[in-house]
Design a protein around this ligand. Structure first.
Ligand SMILES: Cc1cc2nc3c(=O)[nH]c(=O)nc-3n(C[C@H](O)[C@H](O)[C@H](O)COP(=O)(O)O)c2cc1C
Length: 453
């Protein structure tokens, strides 16, 4: 692995906030809480308030996850939510410094349209946009886009790589000084600084140019989520930020080292791949109170039928209720080939342990307090420890209530600041600047510099 060249003091912790409105996975009872507005997930005011709060806490990004398939068993927030780029465009006009990251699928979009929409957000926000490239977890999405089957892994990830390459090509359609807008000489555009893409690849044929110039941060920041072999290779090639699942500390350390090493092997600076782990802190005045709250949260959602229904998500929204709960876990390997790794892992675990369906549901959903449960001091210690052992460069945080975000910002963030690992003011007003990523010089300007040299 290429040695990081930064001094330890220059490495900073990064924080993002992922809003989950009336309740994401594992928060199924949240909508019942009187403090949660029943329309939170479709109320732009909710998102604006939360983004402003996160900006007050100096978070790097407001990070919106997304999907394009549901059935009635999905978490409440997923059932009825706003499209990320649309909602972030509104949030952009009420914030000034926080990054705005939208999840969008490379499997079920076309590069010209999506490149234009993400670049528009980048302009609207003054250079704060990011795009979280996903290949879509829910295999049934295909049916919303005229396909009987989800694309297979190799095709999805091949398409994702080419998609990002095309988007980046389109984002460089104009050089930064393409518009002299010189009234005296009557020159609005310098046509020599406009470049068509003329891309003709395996998955896409896109002529370009894009009808939108580069933004203040040059190009939107590319994030990626997906942890398979193909996902890691894609990340190493294109990701500037990663949304990683988190999990156990040793797994996260291994994933971090692996992805940074893959990026370095491709000649990239591993510091320019900023890894955010998913984390759901439960913070209270004392460790004991936080542990009790964590148990309470688990019990609120501890409903067997709901857990059985949600298990189906990893198998293409499969209906497990048709099986005998006390018979061996059904062999559904064929349903996992195109979905995420989770389904295949579950089949393997259930087979190895000879679990019945009931035992599988109980085993995978048993109570395990998260690593970020405790008093503000304990949670700050844990975040710092994960960051210092290079399990993550930062965290994409999930909370339940707006009050929980407020508490974290008021109680945990100051401890991280006192320890010198989290910023006390924004370094920049672009997402790229705050993540410590270099400004991407336009490929055409770069070529010209090489010719001139
Ligand atoms: C932490 C994490 C977050 C993800 N978020 C989304 C999401 O918001 N929407 C989506 O459609 N897929 C999401 N995915 C799914 C991935 O894009 C990918 O399709 C899936 O994980 C299968 O690929 P993999 O085996 O490489 O992980 C996420 C995956 C991970 C690991």
């Amino acid at each position: 692995m290429a040695k990081p060249t930064e001094s330890p003091a220059s490495r900073k912790l990064h924080l993002a906030l992922a809003p989950l409105g009336v309740g994401g996975p594992g928060q199924d009872g949240l909508w019942k809480d009187p403090r949660v507005a029943k329309n939170a997930s479709v109320d732009i005011g909710y998102y604006i308030r939360l983004a402003k709060l996160a900006e007050g806490g100096l978070f790097d990004a407001f990070f919106v996850v997304d999907s394009q398939f549901i059935n009635a068993s999905y978490p409440s927030h997923y059932l009825n939510r706003l499209e990320p780029l649309t909602l972030l465009s509104a949030v952009a006009t009420h914030t000034t410094s926080i990054g705005l990251v939208a999840t969008a699928s490379s499997t079920y979009n076309s590069p010209f349209n999506l490149a234009r929409r993400v670049a528009s957000l980048d302009h609207i926000s003054g250079g704060r946009a990011g795009w979280n490239v996903v290949t879509s977890f829910d295999s049934q999405v295909s049916k919303n886009f005229g396909l009987d089957q989800h694309l297979d892994y190799a095709t999805r990830y091949g398409r994702a790589l080419e998609f990002v390459e095309v988007a980046r090509g389109l984002w460089d359609s104009y050089e930064d000084d393409a518009f002299p807008a010189d009234v005296e000489r009557g020159i609005f555009l310098d046509p020599a600084k406009l470049h068509a893409l003329d891309h003709d690849g395996e998955h896409f044929k896109v002529a370009g140019p894009l009808n939108l110039a580069r933004s203040r941060q040059g190009q939107p920041v590319i994030f990626q989520s997906g942890v398979s072999e193909d996902g890691r290779n894609l990340a190493a090639r294109i990701a500037e930020g990663i949304y990683a699942p988190g999990g156990a500390l040793d797994e996260s350390v291994a994933y971090y080292a692996d992805v940074k090493q893959r990026a370095a092997a491709l000649g990239r600076d591993p510091r320019h791949v900023v890894i955010f782990n998913s984390a759901s802190p439960v913070v209270a005045a004392t460790d004991e109170q936080a542990r009790a709250r964590s148990r309470e949260i688990f019990e609120e959602d501890n409903d067997f039928d709901r857990k059985l229904a949600f298990l189906g998500r990893a198998f293409g929204a499969y209906d497990f209720s048709q099986h005998d709960l006390d018979a061996p876990f059904p062999d559904l390997t064929h349903l996992t080939e195109r979905g995420g790794r989770r389904g295949a892992d579950l089949v393997r675990q259930a087979t190895d342990n000879r679990w019945t369906l009931r035992q599988t549901v109980e085993a995978v959903s048993q109570y395990k307090p998260g690593p970020f449960t405790g008093s503000p001091e304990t949670v700050a210690d844990a975040l710092q420890h994960w960051w210092q052992t290079r399990a993550a460069d930062g965290f994409n945080l999930h909370f339940r209530l707006t009050e929980d975000v407020e508490y974290f910002i008021g109680a945990v963030v100051p401890i991280l600041q006192q320890r010198g690992i989290f910023r006390t003011e924004y370094e920049a007003d672009t997402l790229r600047g705050n993540l410590g990523l270099p400004f991407p010089v336009s490929r055409h300007a770069r070529e010209q510099q090489l010719v001139d040299a």
